[in-house]
Design a protein around this ligand. Structure first.
Ligand code: ZN
Length: 290
């Protein structure tokens, strides 16, 4: 069976962009924290199904809970980087992005002894206007990035990027871009499959059919993601407005069951197991972004 990629963005329930408007960074230290128990639940579920995954940990979480990062690593999972402060890449200058990324790398390395090789931007905020970030990621030692969602969305996405992983050449070296799973329905329509709100809100059979399509017809692994807070129905509900509330809290009730069904029906592993660094060979024709 073809192995897919399971990834977990480790952050607090108050870090998602939909919630940030109601819980700014100045409040983070005083809000109740649940990331520890929520992440340990994910680790227990992965143990139960004997699955290893890639955990993109927020630097802010790693600084507060270095023991959690060590525990994720010691239970056999890969540690990736989810930025330090969950700021959207396209809202930052290149200098600010470099500073945030370096700080996150240092914090994660201090926590578990290994520098992360794989990066995921907050809210998939590497878009057409922030592709310059890939060069800085390569400069900071990253060999893999999974920050591009090839769909149309009001806040993120590069619809024309395509669904296949590919190596992009940057002036600081190559980086392998692994997009989140999508299924092409027609020339102009691409359906998101990979996770987050789409995974929570769509029926399980939709996600399963999408992965089967990607594995069977496209002969590709699917890259799936979710957050530990998505398994916690009792989390404080800070988001306001019906769109934000639906995107953040819709489908929480069935999420754990969906994840367990995915782990039962498909084979999953870490990002760099599916795409070892050795597989990175730059494709000059697709060179980007000085
Ligand atoms: Zn995030």
């Amino acid at each position: 069976m073809l192995r897919n990629i399971i990834t977990v963005d480790v952050e607090e329930y108050f870090h998602p962009t939909e919630v940030a408007a109601w819980a700014g960074a100045d409040q983070w230290n005083s809000l109740p924290s649940y990331v520890g128990p929520q992440t340990r639940l994910v680790l227990d579920i992965f143990d139960q199904y004997q699955v290893k995954g890639t955990f993109f940990v927020l630097g802010w979480v790693a600084r507060r809970y270095p023991g959690l990062v060590r525990e994720i690593a010691s239970r056999g999972h890969e540690i990736g980087c989810h930025s330090f402060a969950h700021r959207l890449v396209y809202d930052l200058t290149p200098a600010e992005f470099r500073e945030d990324t370096s700080r996150a790398v240092e914090t994660l390395r201090d926590a578990c002894g290994v520098a992360p090789r794989a990066y995921r931007a907050p809210s998939y905020s590497i878009t057409e206007r922030s592709l310059w970030a890939l060069e800085i990621l390569a400069e900071c030692g990253f060999t893999h990035d999974s920050s591009i969602y090839p769909i149309v969305h009001d806040r993120y996405g590069i619809p024309g990027f395509g669904s296949r992983a590919r190596t992009l050449a940057t002036p600081s070296g190559p980086i392998l871009e692994v997009p989140i799973a999508t299924v092409k329905l027609s020339e102009s329509t691409v359906a998101p499959v990979g996770g987050g709100a789409y995974l929570r809100l769509a029926p399980y059979r939709y996600t399963a059919a999408g992965i089967r399509h990607i594995n069977g017809r496209d002969r590709q692994p699917a890259c799936i993601y979710f957050h530990p807070w998505e398994l916690d129905r009792k989390q404080p509900r800070l988001a306001r407005g019906w769109v934000s509330r639906l995107r953040t809290y819709g489908g929480l009730r069935s999420m754990r069951l969906k994840i367990e069904r995915l782990l039962t029906d498909f084979a999953f592993t870490t990002l760099t197991t599916v795409y070892p660094a050795a597989a990175c060979s730059p494709t000059p024709a697709e060179a980007t972004h000085a």
